[in-house]
Design a protein around this ligand. Sequence first.
Ligand code: TYC
Length: 126
Amino acid sequence: MKFMATKPPKTPASPSTPTYKPQKVDDEGGAVVLERRPQKTKPPQMHQVVVLNDDYTPMEFVVMVIQEFFNKDRETATQIMLKIHLDGKGVCGVFSKDVAATKVDQVTEAARKHGHPLQCLSEPLE
Ligand code: TYC
């Protein structure tokens, strides 16, 4: 005899703790019961896209790239560019692995097309 849940379990406080999702299971006799099973899907690991400073790429080009590929307004893009210029590197955005890799490709391609040595990389978070 299986336990029959009347309510779905509460969502756990932390996303890192295992979660349980009610599954509909045919109880052989035809009755449908809700059975607790560990939920196997984890949230995807996020990656930050980091842009590096160099001595040759024009500031204006970096601002344009940050606006274009990271959807920042001009003021935010300028602040990020200046942070990179002063600190040597800066985070332009956080994405899933595939999207971060695409951003790196887009920035690198735009830079090469215009003859700039701008460097961009993706780093896993945590
Ligand atoms: N350091 C560059 C200059 O003085 C500007 C620059 C900023 C280059 C940010 C790259 O990611 C960068 N022209």
